[in-house]
Design a protein. Structure first.
Length: 151
């Protein structure tokens, strides 16, 4: 009779241990997933901030050369490369943060001159680190009535 009680106690203890292990695994997985989503949201927010900065500066410019000059002067911009229709560079949100995330930004510029002015449009693509997947894309444009030269 005593052996039966001991065996039942051991089985019950084993089942409770398994249940505790299962709860621990589920909670750990929930916290890890939450952390992953939080980091993705942080990177997405920083990508939006950088894309907006570039769009505001470049769309206030009269032409692409002026836009390139102004973008290159931003504190956080590094490795700036440009040609006649676009530019690419690396940047981070806070230049004083030594461990801040670095983003690769690609700007595609399109200028169309018309009879009444010029339409300057751009697509800003933001990549996180060395990743090949886009994290954010911003399309913007501005129309300059009479006298804009866009190119």
């Amino acid at each position: 009779m005593s052996k039966r009680k001991n065996f039942a106690f051991i089985v019950e203890l084993f089942l409770l241990f398994a249940l505790m292990l299962l709860v621990t695994v589920v909670l750990t997985r929930a916290f890890v997933t939450s952390r992953t989503q939080s980091l993705y949201a942080k990177h997405k927010t920083e990508a939006v901030i950088l894309a907006e900065r570039v769009a505001e500066i470049s769309m206030a410019s009269e032409d692409w050369e002026e836009a390139c000059r102004l973008i290159e002067e931003i504190d956080e911009v590094r490795s700036f490369r440009s040609d006649s229709s676009g530019a690419s560079f690396t940047a981070k949100v806070n230049s004083e943060d030594p461990v801040g995330a670095v983003y690769e930004i690609v700007v595609d510029w399109n200028a169309q001159d018309g009879k009444t002015g010029s339409m300057n449009s751009q697509t800003i693509s933001v990549y996180y680190g060395d990743a090949e997947d886009l994290i954010y894309v911003l399309s913007s444009g501005t129309f300059r009535k009479e006298g804009g030269n866009g190119k």
